[in-house]
Design a protein around this ligand. Structure first.
Ligand code: AHR
Length: 631
């Protein structure tokens, strides 16, 4: 091809194409990414979170031997009005062992020999001058692995801290807090964190899980949902303002997925995590309406869509504008000052905000969306608003959503689809014909129904079409991201985990290979596909170039059971080296990574010599990434 032909065959790709979608679903946050090891640390669990839950869920009352006293949950003069419950221990006779509480964590507290743990609690001594406390980490048999003593003073609510280093490892240990004197003691915010959190942040994230996410090299992170963002009623719209500031002053929220959010992982932590992993933050706020599906049997609540009254929309809109100020305002601004007080005086550089999630195109939604959209545009024209076009392109809200977005000139809309691999293969042309003058696309949630290699490869095929259309598809994220063993509410997911292990699915490695090998331009006609294969054993390929390194990146996918030849012609690229890296990801069609076999299929890296023209034979059921060095 001539230079002009080659240039005509190249297209810019969005700088933010592949990212991640985080939702607190499947115990993704508390008991998951958030490193807190104590469950129900603030005694705020309630039956409205989950049937049968109460303020002492996950706690045992310990009164061994002849110890005499009682435990109760109180709410008079709490540590903070937003954190209303606490525990009161009345110790008449501590006897030899004392009287107190044991916490079982989330499926037990995992303890590692020699690691350091930060313990803290808030206490108030109600009678007597002081109360001695014994804090222990125990294994499942009750053997003490670490212990510290503290003395709570009669000076109102005070925070006390200790560090604990277990002498042995325990997969499912517990935390014990015993009052060993006589008197009345109030306790709240009983907390235990591993000292080793991701990037050493206090109130931080579980290091191994956070690292697995960081390794995806996401260009953006969407949070906090999903359905969680708009909740299943007005009392359940995710309220970002209740998730910032000192953790003991945050307001716990009921999780639409049937459990509890401490909000310890709140908006500050989300922004900080995004910064730590080099991902642009994309908060999604409710469009002033709750989830329209919440009347369905698969969600708790059963009340259907609710709307913020129009009279309250000014205040709600202000909350959204305040969120942008919290992220981007100077440290001298009202909300920027709160960010600075949390330890981050510099702005977080928010570029996107999503308004709404899969909402039904009701007049109520449209009226509220328009108010929010126009207010954000007027005050923050540099922030890109992402609108929503319903839960599926097959749904009735999809066309109406697009028409509404076009009418308002919404810059980006959020499309979602969960389909089988066949659908992904049959829809490879989906974005080729998109009208480039309309809104750009954020493919905010997608997955093929399964965690087998074939699913992952079908997703890979589809991702090459997103690269090819990286001028109109601005952002894309697989969903959901995390799922804790024993608490899975939605499947498939990208990363499975329990307290000990992180198991990236095979789909994860496809996301990772695309995430780590993103390009800035797409080049058509570089790879000639093997011909003659039926659609479900198809082959696909993409060629992108990364402007920063000059590297040319080829992604070759073989969905069939036989090896297939891909003819590559790199002659159009000047100054390219022959040195290349070849990463292959291949295995049996139905291979999966599981807790029993977490490493069934892993990418394998080797060096490769790329000539100007060559034929690469791709293994059956494989994704190969060839990265040819530009410098
Ligand atoms: O990803 C799981 C759920 O799927 C999200 O919460 C919602 O947006 C979609 O229906």
């Amino acid at each position: 091809p001539t230079k002009a032909q080659s240039e005509a065959a190249s297209k810019p790709i969005s700088a933010d194409l592949f990212g991640i979608f985080f939702e607190d679903l499947n115990y993704a946050a508390d008991g998951g990414l958030y490193a807190e090891l104590v469950q129900n640390r603030s005694f705020e669990y309630a039956p409205s979170d989950h049937d049968g839950w109460h303020p002492l869920t996950s706690w045992d009352y310990l009164h061994e031997g002849f110890a005499m006293g009682s435990v109760s949950v109180e709410s008079a003069a709490p540590l903070h009005a937003t954190n209303p419950h606490y525990v009161q221990l009345r110790i008449e006779n501590p006897f030899q062992k004392g009287l107190g509480l044991r916490n079982h964590g989330f499926d037990g507290i995992p303890l590692t020999a020699g690691a350091t743990y930060d313990f803290s609690l808030w206490a108030r001594v109600k009678s007597g001058a002081a109360m001695p406390l014994l804090v222990q980490l125990q294994d499942a048999q009750g053997k003490v692995l670490a212990e510290a003593t503290l003395s709570a003073q009669a000076a109102g609510w005070q925070q006390y801290r200790a560090t604990l280093t277990p002498t042995a490892t325990a997969a499912a240990g517990s935390l014990v807090v015993l009052a060993t004197g006589k008197g009345i003691l109030d306790l709240d915010m009983v907390s235990l964190f591993p000292q080793r959190t991701f990037r050493g942040r206090t109130n931080g994230l579980r290091a191994d899980l956070a690292q697995a996410i960081a390794d995806l090299k996401p260009r953006f992170m969407r949070f906090p949902g999903g359905c969680l963002a708009h909740g299943d009623g007005l009392d359940n719209l995710y309220d970002w303002k209740k998730t910032i500031g000192p953790v003991e002053q945050r307001t716990a929220q009921r999780n639409i997925w049937g459990y509890h959010q401490t909000t310890g992982l709140g908006y500050f932590e989300y922004f900080q995590f995004c910064e730590d992993i080099g991902a642009k933050p994309i908060p999604i706020v409710a469009a002033g309406v709750s989830c329209q599906n919440s009347g369905g049997s698969w969600k708790i609540g059963g009340i259907g869509q609710q709307c913020v009254p129009l009279a309250d929309m000014a205040a709600y809109t202000q909350d959204v504008l305040d969120l942008i100020e919290y992220a981007n305002g100077p440290a001298t601004s009202t909300w920027g000052a709160k960010r600075a007080a949390a330890g981050h005086p510099a702005p977080f550089g928010l570029q996107y905000i999503g308004i709404g999630n899969e909402d039904k195109q009701t007049p109520e939604f449209r009226e509220r969306f328009k108010l929010l959209y126009e207010a954000v545009r007027a005050k923050y024209p540099a922030v890109t608003v992402i609108g929503t076009v319903g839960p599926s392109p097959k749904g009735e809200d999809y066309d109406q959503g697009w028409a509404f977005a076009s009418q308002l000139h919404v810059p980006v809309v959020d499309e979602h689809y969960y389909e089988n691999p066949k659908w992904f293969l049959a829809n490879q042309q989906r974005y080729d014909a998109y009208d480039r003058s309309k809104s750009k696309v954020y493919l905010g949630e997608y997955a093929s129904w399964g965690n087998e290699l074939y699913n992952a490869l079908a997703e890979a095929v589809y991702m090459t079409t997103l690269e090819r259309n990286g001028d109109v598809v601005q952002l894309a994220s697989y969903a959901p991201l995390l799922a804790k063993e024993g608490h899975i509410q939605w499947k498939p997911d990208l990363i499975y985990f329990n307290n000990a292990t992180v198991v990236p699915s095979v789909n994860y490695y496809v996301q990772q290979l695309f995430g780590q090998n993103q390009g800035s331009t797409y080049h058509a006609g570089v790879v000639r596909l093997p011909t003659g294969a039926p659609a479900d054993t198809a082959a696909a390929a993409s060629c992108v170039r990364d402007a920063q390194t000059g590297d040319v990146i080829l992604k070759l996918i073989n969905l069939g059971p036989q090896p297939k030849p891909f003819a590559v012609d790199l002659t159009r690229f000047k100054g390219l080296k022959t040195a290349a890296t070849q990463t292959t990801f291949t295995g049996p069609r139905n291979a999966q990574n599981t807790f029993d076999s977490p490493r069934t299929v892993l990418p394998k890296v080797a060096s490769y010599k790329a000539t100007k023209r060559f034929t690469y034979t791709a293994a059956p059921f494989s994704l190969t990434v060839l990265r040819v060095r530009g410098t």
